[in-house]
Design a protein around this ligand. Structure first.
Ligand code: G6P
Ligand code: MG
Length: 211
């Protein structure tokens, strides 16, 4: 194996809780039931697909395209306000040390995130330099479980898919990694997903893979 491709939200940083809070605010304002179980379906899924999942429980009059765009913009504004409070202290020592050590061992590292806010977040926590390549919501047309974001990451690194590990907390991300022909490592919720090739409880366990 030559490279590691990392999901961002819920793997490198815990911005998944901010996504939840921002969608929850929108859902509450619209009287839509939304909880953490539904939120788990949004992991790895694009902003527009996330909105459609939340609207499955919406009972009001049909929403125009413009109204949906407005809802996504307002959710993103709330999310960005929550992100504004982030600092380098929001990345654990375990994550920082493990990324540096994998790099020392000669592995290439890439980000593979569906988020359009990925670079902004990496800047806030000062991790932009930790990655050799970034594939995110700004360079894809289809989000996970489609493999596009990971295939682009491997391409940016100049590595073959079969030489890449993908580290993911989302079921959709594990499915995307498998479709890409990569080795899928499940962490967090995805550590309980049967389709993951490897399951880890802590980020530092990656060092046992990249030995
Ligand atoms: C990640 C998160 C999803 C989020 C998506 C788009 O994949 O896991 O929950 O919907 O990124 O994020 P964005 O920041 O572009 O709204
Ligand atoms: Mg994630």
């Amino acid at each position: 194996m030559k490279a590691f491709i990392f999901d961002l939200d819920g793997v490198i940083v815990f911005t998944d809780k901010f996504h939840y809070q921002a969608w929850k605010k929108m859902a509450d304002e619209m009287g839509i039931y939304f909880d953490e179980t539904i939120n788990n379906r949004l992991r790895g899924v694009s902003r527009s697909e996330s909105l459609e999942i939340i609207l499955e429980r919406y009972e009001g009059p049909a929403l125009s395209k413009e109204k949906k765009a407005e809802l996504m913009e307002s959710k993103n504004n709330t999310y960005r306000e929550l992100l504004a409070s982030m600092t380098p202290a929001d990345v654990t020592e375990d994550v920082r040390r493990t990324l540096a050590e994998l790099h020392n061992r000669g592995y290439k590292l890439a980000l593979g995130s569906s988020s359009k806010n990925a670079k902004f977040i990496l800047e806030k926590v000062q991790l932009l330099d930790a990655f050799d390549a970034i594939s995110d919501g700004t360079n894809i047309t289809k989000s996970k479980p489609d493999p596009e974001v990971f295939l682009r990451a491997a391409e940016f690194l100049g590595e073959k898919p079969e030489d890449c590990y993908v580290v993911e907390d989302a079921y959709a991300g594990i499915d995307a990694a498998k479709s890409a022909g990569m080795q899928a490592v499940g962490i967090g919720i995805a550590a309980g997903y049967a389709a993951a090739d490897v399951k880890i409880q802590s980020f530092g366990e990656l060092l046992t893979l990249g030995a």
